[in-house]
Design a protein around this ligand. Sequence first.
Ligand code: EPU
Length: 432
Amino acid sequence: MKEKFLIKGLGGKKKLKGEISVRGSKNAVLPAMASSLLFKDDVSFSNVPVIEDVFRMIELMEELGGKISRNDNRAFKINTNSIKKFDLESDIAKKMRASIILSGPLLARFGKVSFPYPGGCVIGTRPIDLFLEGFQKMGAKVSEKSDRYHIRAPKEGLKGAEIFFKVQSVTATESFILAGVLAKGKTVLKNCAMEPEVKSIADFLESCGAKIKGAGTPTIEIQGGGLLSAKGKKYKTIPDRLEAGSFLILGAMCADNLLIKDCNPSDLEILIEALRQSGVKIEAGNSTIKISGNSKHKNSSFKALNIKTHEYPGFPTDLQAPMTVFLTQVSGESVIFETIFEGRLNYTEDLVKMGADIVMWDSHRVQVKGPAKLRGREVDGPDIRAGLAFVLAGIVAKGKSVINNAYYIDRGYERIEERLRDIGVDIKRIKD
Ligand code: EPU
Protein backbone atom coordinates (compact mmCIF):
# COMPACT_ATOMS: atom_id res chain seq x y z
CA MET A 1 0.00 0.00 0.00
CA LYS A 2 1.22 3.48 -0.86
CA GLU A 3 2.22 5.73 1.99
CA LYS A 4 2.82 9.44 2.35
CA PHE A 5 4.11 11.89 4.91
CA LEU A 6 2.02 14.56 6.56
CA ILE A 7 4.00 17.48 7.96
CA LYS A 8 2.92 20.46 10.00
CA GLY A 9 5.46 23.16 9.21
CA LEU A 10 7.22 25.51 11.60
CA GLY A 11 6.52 28.61 9.50
CA GLY A 12 10.15 29.70 9.63
CA LYS A 13 10.55 29.31 13.41
CA LYS A 14 13.74 27.66 14.61
CA LYS A 15 12.32 25.23 17.13
CA LEU A 16 13.99 21.90 16.46
CA LYS A 17 16.43 20.63 19.06
CA GLY A 18 18.13 17.51 20.30
CA GLU A 19 20.30 14.81 18.80
CA ILE A 20 19.98 12.83 15.61
CA SER A 21 22.12 9.86 14.59
CA VAL A 22 23.25 9.22 11.05
CA ARG A 23 22.76 5.72 9.62
CA GLY A 24 25.09 3.77 7.36
CA SER A 25 25.55 4.93 3.79
CA LYS A 26 23.25 3.49 1.12
CA ASN A 27 25.76 4.19 -1.64
CA ALA A 28 28.53 2.43 0.28
CA VAL A 29 26.67 -0.65 1.44
CA LEU A 30 25.13 -1.48 -1.97
CA PRO A 31 28.50 -1.93 -3.75
CA ALA A 32 29.92 -3.57 -0.63
CA MET A 33 27.14 -6.15 -0.84
CA ALA A 34 28.00 -6.69 -4.52
CA SER A 35 31.64 -7.22 -3.51
CA SER A 36 30.62 -10.37 -1.60
CA LEU A 37 30.67 -12.02 -5.07
CA LEU A 38 34.47 -11.86 -4.92
CA PHE A 39 34.67 -14.04 -1.80
CA LYS A 40 34.83 -17.78 -1.29
CA ASP A 41 33.43 -17.49 2.23
CA ASP A 42 30.81 -15.51 4.18
CA VAL A 43 31.11 -11.74 4.23
CA SER A 44 29.63 -9.95 7.25
CA PHE A 45 28.12 -6.49 7.15
CA SER A 46 27.32 -4.14 10.00
CA ASN A 47 25.83 -0.66 10.44
CA VAL A 48 23.58 -1.43 7.48
CA PRO A 49 20.79 1.14 7.02
CA VAL A 50 17.30 -0.38 7.13
CA ILE A 51 16.14 1.05 3.80
CA GLU A 52 14.24 -0.19 0.76
CA ASP A 53 17.26 -0.21 -1.60
CA VAL A 54 19.09 -2.62 0.70
CA PHE A 55 16.00 -4.89 0.72
CA ARG A 56 15.92 -4.77 -3.09
CA MET A 57 19.63 -5.66 -3.29
CA ILE A 58 19.04 -8.61 -0.94
CA GLU A 59 16.13 -9.77 -3.15
CA LEU A 60 18.28 -9.47 -6.28
CA MET A 61 21.16 -11.43 -4.76
CA GLU A 62 18.84 -14.11 -3.31
CA GLU A 63 17.17 -14.48 -6.67
CA LEU A 64 20.58 -15.25 -8.19
CA GLY A 65 21.09 -17.94 -5.55
CA GLY A 66 23.07 -15.99 -2.93
CA LYS A 67 22.45 -16.83 0.73
CA ILE A 68 21.81 -13.99 3.13
CA SER A 69 21.62 -14.75 6.86
CA ARG A 70 20.51 -11.96 9.10
CA ASN A 71 21.90 -11.41 12.55
CA ASP A 72 19.66 -8.48 13.24
CA ASN A 73 18.19 -5.60 11.28
CA ARG A 74 21.53 -3.88 10.71
CA ALA A 75 23.80 -6.87 10.31
CA PHE A 76 23.87 -9.83 7.96
CA LYS A 77 26.17 -12.26 6.19
CA ILE A 78 26.24 -12.98 2.49
CA ASN A 79 27.54 -16.13 0.89
CA THR A 80 27.63 -16.25 -2.90
CA ASN A 81 28.98 -19.77 -3.49
CA SER A 82 25.59 -21.19 -4.45
CA ILE A 83 24.92 -18.61 -7.16
CA LYS A 84 23.76 -20.40 -10.31
CA LYS A 85 21.93 -17.64 -12.16
CA PHE A 86 23.56 -14.72 -13.86
CA ASP A 87 20.56 -12.76 -15.14
CA LEU A 88 19.53 -9.82 -12.98
CA GLU A 89 15.80 -9.88 -12.32
CA SER A 90 14.20 -7.25 -14.54
CA ASP A 91 11.63 -5.69 -12.21
CA ILE A 92 14.12 -4.83 -9.47
CA ALA A 93 17.06 -4.03 -11.76
CA LYS A 94 14.93 -1.59 -13.74
CA LYS A 95 13.87 0.24 -10.60
CA MET A 96 17.28 0.44 -8.96
CA ARG A 97 20.21 1.79 -10.95
CA ALA A 98 22.68 0.53 -8.33
CA SER A 99 21.86 -3.03 -9.45
CA ILE A 100 24.39 -2.54 -12.24
CA ILE A 101 27.19 -2.81 -9.66
CA LEU A 102 26.52 -6.56 -9.63
CA SER A 103 27.48 -6.83 -13.31
CA GLY A 104 31.27 -6.44 -12.83
CA PRO A 105 31.79 -9.06 -10.11
CA LEU A 106 29.27 -11.53 -11.66
CA LEU A 107 31.08 -11.32 -14.98
CA ALA A 108 34.50 -11.61 -13.39
CA ARG A 109 33.58 -14.62 -11.26
CA PHE A 110 31.16 -16.59 -13.44
CA GLY A 111 32.02 -15.33 -16.93
CA LYS A 112 28.56 -14.11 -17.82
CA VAL A 113 25.86 -11.69 -16.82
CA SER A 114 22.73 -10.20 -18.31
CA PHE A 115 20.73 -7.19 -17.15
CA PRO A 116 17.97 -4.95 -18.41
CA TYR A 117 18.63 -1.30 -19.04
CA PRO A 118 18.87 -0.17 -15.40
CA GLY A 119 16.36 2.29 -14.02
CA GLY A 120 16.35 4.21 -10.76
CA CYS A 121 15.54 7.78 -9.92
CA VAL A 122 14.10 10.03 -12.59
CA ILE A 123 16.99 12.48 -12.64
CA GLY A 124 17.89 12.47 -16.31
CA THR A 125 19.38 10.04 -18.79
CA ARG A 126 21.67 7.59 -17.09
CA PRO A 127 23.74 5.89 -19.77
CA ILE A 128 25.80 2.73 -19.23
CA ASP A 129 28.32 3.18 -22.04
CA LEU A 130 31.24 3.23 -19.57
CA PHE A 131 30.27 -0.22 -18.35
CA LEU A 132 29.84 -1.73 -21.82
CA GLU A 133 33.07 -0.20 -23.15
CA GLY A 134 35.02 -1.21 -20.05
CA PHE A 135 33.85 -4.83 -20.16
CA GLN A 136 34.83 -4.98 -23.84
CA LYS A 137 38.29 -3.67 -22.98
CA MET A 138 38.58 -6.54 -20.51
CA GLY A 139 37.89 -8.96 -23.36
CA ALA A 140 34.12 -9.46 -22.92
CA LYS A 141 31.56 -9.61 -25.73
CA VAL A 142 28.42 -7.49 -25.43
CA SER A 143 25.15 -8.26 -27.19
CA GLU A 144 21.60 -6.96 -26.86
CA LYS A 145 18.65 -9.33 -27.02
CA SER A 146 15.05 -9.07 -25.75
CA ASP A 147 15.63 -5.69 -24.10
CA ARG A 148 18.59 -6.99 -22.12
CA TYR A 149 22.33 -6.69 -22.36
CA HIS A 150 24.17 -10.01 -22.40
CA ILE A 151 27.87 -9.90 -21.55
CA ARG A 152 30.23 -12.85 -21.88
CA ALA A 153 33.83 -12.98 -20.67
CA PRO A 154 36.42 -14.89 -22.74
CA LYS A 155 36.84 -18.61 -21.81
CA GLU A 156 39.99 -17.89 -19.85
CA GLY A 157 38.21 -15.12 -17.89
CA LEU A 158 38.30 -11.31 -17.89
CA LYS A 159 41.72 -9.86 -18.56
CA GLY A 160 43.19 -6.79 -16.89
CA ALA A 161 42.99 -3.65 -19.00
CA GLU A 162 43.68 0.05 -18.98
CA ILE A 163 40.38 1.92 -18.85
CA PHE A 164 40.02 5.69 -19.05
CA PHE A 165 36.55 6.83 -17.93
CA LYS A 166 35.53 9.77 -20.12
CA VAL A 167 33.31 10.96 -17.25
CA GLN A 168 33.84 10.26 -13.57
CA SER A 169 31.27 7.69 -12.52
CA VAL A 170 30.83 6.33 -9.03
CA THR A 171 29.24 2.98 -9.86
CA ALA A 172 31.45 2.42 -12.93
CA THR A 173 34.58 2.99 -10.82
CA GLU A 174 33.25 0.56 -8.20
CA SER A 175 32.22 -2.06 -10.76
CA PHE A 176 35.63 -2.10 -12.43
CA ILE A 177 37.47 -2.27 -9.11
CA LEU A 178 35.39 -5.35 -8.35
CA ALA A 179 35.92 -6.83 -11.83
CA GLY A 180 39.66 -6.09 -11.66
CA VAL A 181 40.08 -8.04 -8.40
CA LEU A 182 39.27 -11.33 -10.18
CA ALA A 183 40.64 -10.46 -13.66
CA LYS A 184 43.91 -11.88 -14.99
CA GLY A 185 46.74 -9.37 -14.65
CA LYS A 186 46.70 -5.67 -13.93
CA THR A 187 43.78 -3.28 -14.40
CA VAL A 188 44.46 0.45 -14.42
CA LEU A 189 41.46 2.76 -14.05
CA LYS A 190 41.89 6.44 -14.90
CA ASN A 191 39.68 9.46 -14.19
CA CYS A 192 38.04 7.52 -11.37
CA ALA A 193 35.36 8.80 -9.01
CA MET A 194 36.95 9.76 -5.68
CA GLU A 195 33.82 9.53 -3.50
CA PRO A 196 34.38 8.23 0.06
CA GLU A 197 32.13 5.26 -0.77
CA VAL A 198 34.61 4.11 -3.45
CA LYS A 199 37.52 4.29 -1.04
CA SER A 200 35.61 2.56 1.71
CA ILE A 201 34.94 -0.51 -0.45
CA ALA A 202 38.49 -0.62 -1.81
CA ASP A 203 39.87 -0.38 1.75
CA PHE A 204 37.71 -3.30 2.84
CA LEU A 205 38.74 -5.46 -0.11
CA GLU A 206 42.39 -4.62 0.52
CA SER A 207 42.02 -5.65 4.14
CA CYS A 208 40.82 -9.02 2.80
CA GLY A 209 43.84 -9.50 0.54
CA ALA A 210 42.88 -7.70 -2.69
CA LYS A 211 45.68 -5.69 -4.32
CA ILE A 212 44.24 -2.24 -4.95
CA LYS A 213 46.27 0.97 -5.05
CA GLY A 214 45.05 4.54 -5.32
CA ALA A 215 41.35 4.38 -4.37
CA GLY A 216 40.25 7.90 -3.46
CA THR A 217 42.52 9.34 -6.20
CA PRO A 218 41.86 9.60 -9.96
CA THR A 219 44.03 6.56 -10.83
CA ILE A 220 43.42 3.13 -9.36
CA GLU A 221 45.52 0.03 -10.03
CA ILE A 222 44.25 -3.43 -9.30
CA GLN A 223 46.34 -6.55 -9.51
CA GLY A 224 43.96 -9.40 -10.23
CA GLY A 225 44.05 -12.72 -8.42
CA GLY A 226 41.82 -15.49 -7.08
CA LEU A 227 38.74 -15.36 -4.87
CA LEU A 228 39.17 -13.48 -1.61
CA SER A 229 38.64 -14.77 1.87
CA ALA A 230 37.00 -12.57 4.50
CA LYS A 231 38.06 -14.87 7.37
CA GLY A 232 35.51 -13.30 9.66
CA LYS A 233 36.31 -9.70 8.66
CA LYS A 234 33.34 -7.39 8.65
CA TYR A 235 32.41 -4.54 6.35
CA LYS A 236 31.29 -1.75 8.67
CA THR A 237 29.19 0.64 6.61
CA ILE A 238 30.53 4.20 6.71
CA PRO A 239 28.11 6.95 7.83
CA ASP A 240 25.86 8.36 5.13
CA ARG A 241 27.33 11.76 4.29
CA LEU A 242 24.22 12.69 2.31
CA GLU A 243 21.92 11.99 5.23
CA ALA A 244 24.25 13.91 7.57
CA GLY A 245 24.33 16.80 5.09
CA SER A 246 20.54 16.88 4.83
CA PHE A 247 20.22 16.99 8.62
CA LEU A 248 22.75 19.82 8.75
CA ILE A 249 20.79 21.84 6.18
CA LEU A 250 17.59 21.18 8.15
CA GLY A 251 19.36 22.28 11.34
CA ALA A 252 20.62 25.48 9.72
CA MET A 253 17.06 26.44 8.67
CA CYS A 254 14.90 25.09 11.49
CA ALA A 255 16.88 24.20 14.63
CA ASP A 256 17.99 26.19 17.60
CA ASN A 257 20.34 23.47 18.87
CA LEU A 258 21.07 20.28 16.99
CA LEU A 259 23.71 17.61 17.45
CA ILE A 260 24.25 15.34 14.45
CA LYS A 261 25.98 12.18 15.68
CA ASP A 262 27.74 9.20 14.10
CA CYS A 263 28.83 11.04 10.98
CA ASN A 264 32.11 11.87 9.20
CA PRO A 265 32.27 15.70 8.95
CA SER A 266 35.45 15.32 6.88
CA ASP A 267 33.32 13.85 4.05
CA LEU A 268 31.16 16.99 4.09
CA GLU A 269 33.74 19.76 4.00
CA ILE A 270 32.25 21.55 1.03
CA LEU A 271 28.76 21.74 2.53
CA ILE A 272 30.08 22.90 5.90
CA GLU A 273 32.21 25.52 4.13
CA ALA A 274 29.23 26.73 2.06
CA LEU A 275 26.88 27.00 5.03
CA ARG A 276 29.54 28.83 7.05
CA GLN A 277 30.03 31.25 4.18
CA SER A 278 26.32 31.89 4.24
CA GLY A 279 26.57 32.74 7.95
CA VAL A 280 25.59 29.51 9.72
CA LYS A 281 27.65 28.76 12.84
CA ILE A 282 28.76 25.15 12.78
CA GLU A 283 31.01 23.20 15.12
CA ALA A 284 32.45 20.11 13.46
CA GLY A 285 34.05 17.40 15.61
CA ASN A 286 35.48 14.01 14.60
CA SER A 287 32.12 12.29 14.32
CA THR A 288 29.65 15.03 15.22
CA ILE A 289 28.36 18.29 13.81
CA LYS A 290 26.74 20.79 16.11
CA ILE A 291 24.61 23.85 15.61
CA SER A 292 23.90 25.88 18.73
CA GLY A 293 22.06 29.09 19.57
CA ASN A 294 20.92 29.21 15.95
CA SER A 295 17.56 30.83 16.74
CA LYS A 296 19.51 34.05 17.39
CA HIS A 297 20.34 34.11 13.68
CA LYS A 298 17.36 34.71 11.41
CA ASN A 299 17.45 32.81 8.12
CA SER A 300 17.13 36.16 6.37
CA SER A 301 20.45 37.17 7.93
CA PHE A 302 22.13 34.29 6.03
CA LYS A 303 23.66 35.16 2.67
CA ALA A 304 22.92 33.85 -0.82
CA LEU A 305 25.44 31.50 -2.45
CA ASN A 306 26.23 30.17 -5.89
CA ILE A 307 26.38 26.39 -5.87
CA LYS A 308 27.83 24.23 -8.60
CA THR A 309 27.54 20.48 -8.21
CA HIS A 310 30.72 18.55 -8.86
CA GLU A 311 32.19 15.11 -8.32
CA TYR A 312 33.70 14.58 -4.86
CA PRO A 313 35.20 16.53 -3.13
CA GLY A 314 32.99 19.11 -4.89
CA PHE A 315 29.41 19.89 -3.95
CA PRO A 316 27.41 16.62 -4.14
CA THR A 317 24.56 16.50 -6.65
CA ASP A 318 22.68 14.48 -4.02
CA LEU A 319 22.63 17.53 -1.69
CA GLN A 320 21.67 19.99 -4.39
CA ALA A 321 17.90 19.79 -3.75
CA PRO A 322 18.10 20.19 0.06
CA MET A 323 20.55 23.10 -0.44
CA THR A 324 18.14 24.79 -2.84
CA VAL A 325 15.46 24.69 -0.12
CA PHE A 326 17.94 26.38 2.24
CA LEU A 327 18.70 29.07 -0.34
CA THR A 328 14.98 29.93 -0.67
CA GLN A 329 15.19 31.08 2.96
CA VAL A 330 18.27 33.31 2.83
CA SER A 331 18.59 36.88 1.58
CA GLY A 332 19.67 37.55 -1.97
CA GLU A 333 20.05 35.79 -5.30
CA SER A 334 21.66 32.39 -5.60
CA VAL A 335 22.40 30.40 -8.72
CA ILE A 336 22.39 26.62 -8.63
CA PHE A 337 24.26 24.90 -11.42
CA GLU A 338 23.61 21.15 -11.59
CA THR A 339 26.43 19.73 -13.67
CA ILE A 340 25.98 15.96 -13.19
CA PHE A 341 22.35 15.15 -14.10
CA GLU A 342 20.23 17.29 -16.42
CA GLY A 343 16.86 16.22 -14.98
CA ARG A 344 17.72 17.05 -11.43
CA LEU A 345 16.15 20.49 -11.09
CA ASN A 346 12.60 19.60 -12.12
CA TYR A 347 11.47 19.39 -8.49
CA THR A 348 11.95 23.19 -8.23
CA GLU A 349 8.56 23.61 -9.98
CA ASP A 350 6.92 22.28 -6.82
CA LEU A 351 8.98 24.55 -4.59
CA VAL A 352 7.67 27.47 -6.67
CA LYS A 353 4.13 26.23 -5.98
CA MET A 354 5.03 26.33 -2.28
CA GLY A 355 5.97 30.01 -2.65
CA ALA A 356 9.66 29.89 -3.58
CA ASP A 357 10.98 32.45 -6.06
CA ILE A 358 12.90 30.18 -8.44
CA VAL A 359 13.43 30.75 -12.15
CA MET A 360 14.71 27.93 -14.33
CA TRP A 361 17.29 29.27 -16.76
CA ASP A 362 17.83 25.92 -18.45
CA SER A 363 17.79 22.24 -17.51
CA HIS A 364 21.05 22.69 -15.59
CA ARG A 365 20.59 26.07 -13.89
CA VAL A 366 18.10 27.82 -11.65
CA GLN A 367 18.13 31.19 -9.94
CA VAL A 368 16.72 31.39 -6.43
CA LYS A 369 15.67 34.69 -4.81
CA GLY A 370 15.19 34.80 -1.08
CA PRO A 371 13.97 35.02 1.51
CA ALA A 372 10.63 33.48 0.52
CA LYS A 373 7.84 32.42 2.85
CA LEU A 374 6.99 28.84 1.91
CA ARG A 375 3.43 27.54 2.28
CA GLY A 376 2.64 23.89 2.89
CA ARG A 377 1.03 21.92 0.04
CA GLU A 378 0.75 18.46 -1.49
CA VAL A 379 3.74 17.37 -3.58
CA ASP A 380 4.96 14.15 -5.18
CA GLY A 381 8.47 13.06 -4.23
CA PRO A 382 10.13 12.47 -7.66
CA ASP A 383 13.35 10.81 -6.41
CA ILE A 384 15.14 9.99 -3.17
CA ARG A 385 16.92 13.28 -2.68
CA ALA A 386 14.26 15.67 -4.02
CA GLY A 387 11.74 13.73 -1.91
CA LEU A 388 13.77 14.53 1.18
CA ALA A 389 14.14 18.15 0.06
CA PHE A 390 10.31 18.35 0.02
CA VAL A 391 10.28 17.05 3.58
CA LEU A 392 12.68 19.87 4.53
CA ALA A 393 10.55 22.41 2.63
CA GLY A 394 7.44 21.10 4.42
CA ILE A 395 9.15 21.56 7.80
CA VAL A 396 10.26 25.14 7.15
CA ALA A 397 6.93 26.11 5.48
CA LYS A 398 3.84 27.46 7.15
CA GLY A 399 0.89 25.07 7.29
CA LYS A 400 0.42 21.46 6.28
CA SER A 401 2.28 19.59 3.57
CA VAL A 402 1.66 16.16 2.16
CA ILE A 403 4.64 14.44 0.57
CA ASN A 404 3.42 11.59 -1.61
CA ASN A 405 5.55 8.59 -2.65
CA ALA A 406 7.05 7.93 0.78
CA TYR A 407 8.61 4.89 -0.91
CA TYR A 408 11.19 7.07 -2.65
CA ILE A 409 12.32 8.53 0.65
CA ASP A 410 12.30 5.07 2.26
CA ARG A 411 14.67 3.89 -0.48
CA GLY A 412 17.45 5.96 1.03
CA TYR A 413 16.47 7.13 4.52
CA GLU A 414 15.60 4.84 7.40
CA ARG A 415 12.23 5.57 9.10
CA ILE A 416 12.84 9.25 8.61
CA GLU A 417 9.63 10.34 10.33
CA GLU A 418 10.51 8.63 13.64
CA ARG A 419 13.94 10.20 13.72
CA LEU A 420 12.71 13.67 12.79
CA ARG A 421 9.93 13.48 15.41
CA ASP A 422 12.64 12.99 18.06
CA ILE A 423 14.04 16.44 17.31
CA GLY A 424 10.63 18.11 17.31
CA VAL A 425 9.27 17.79 13.76
CA ASP A 426 5.50 17.30 13.49
CA ILE A 427 5.49 14.52 10.87
CA LYS A 428 3.31 11.44 10.39
CA ARG A 429 3.35 8.54 7.96
CA ILE A 430 -0.12 7.79 6.65
CA LYS A 431 -1.56 5.27 4.22
CA ASP A 432 -2.96 6.54 0.95
N1 EPU B 1 27.62 8.33 -16.92
C1 EPU B 1 27.85 8.09 -18.25
N2 EPU B 1 28.02 6.80 -18.66
C2 EPU B 1 27.96 5.75 -17.79
C3 EPU B 1 27.74 6.00 -16.43
C4 EPU B 1 27.57 7.32 -16.02
O1 EPU B 1 27.89 9.00 -19.06
O2 EPU B 1 28.12 4.62 -18.24
C5 EPU B 1 27.44 9.73 -16.47
C6 EPU B 1 26.07 10.00 -15.87
O3 EPU B 1 25.11 10.23 -16.85
C7 EPU B 1 26.35 11.22 -15.01
C8 EPU B 1 27.80 11.00 -14.56
O4 EPU B 1 28.32 9.97 -15.39
O5 EPU B 1 26.29 12.38 -15.78
C9 EPU B 1 27.96 10.57 -13.14
O6 EPU B 1 27.05 9.53 -12.82
P1 EPU B 1 27.50 8.31 -11.93
O7 EPU B 1 27.71 7.13 -12.83
O8 EPU B 1 28.58 8.70 -11.02
O9 EPU B 1 26.20 8.03 -11.12
P2 EPU B 1 25.84 6.65 -10.51
O10 EPU B 1 27.09 5.90 -10.21
O11 EPU B 1 24.79 6.00 -11.31
C10 EPU B 1 25.97 7.37 -8.00
C11 EPU B 1 25.01 7.39 -6.86
C12 EPU B 1 23.97 8.46 -7.11
C13 EPU B 1 24.66 9.81 -7.25
C14 EPU B 1 25.71 9.74 -8.37
C15 EPU B 1 26.54 10.98 -8.49
C16 EPU B 1 25.05 5.10 -6.12
C17 EPU B 1 24.36 3.81 -5.98
N3 EPU B 1 24.39 6.08 -6.75
O12 EPU B 1 25.18 7.08 -9.16
O13 EPU B 1 23.12 8.48 -5.99
O14 EPU B 1 23.73 10.81 -7.52
O15 EPU B 1 26.60 8.64 -8.13
O16 EPU B 1 27.25 11.20 -7.34
O17 EPU B 1 26.17 5.26 -5.64
C18 EPU B 1 21.12 8.66 -4.79
O18 EPU B 1 21.72 8.10 -3.85
O19 EPU B 1 19.99 9.19 -4.67
C19 EPU B 1 21.76 8.68 -6.10
C20 EPU B 1 21.11 8.91 -7.22
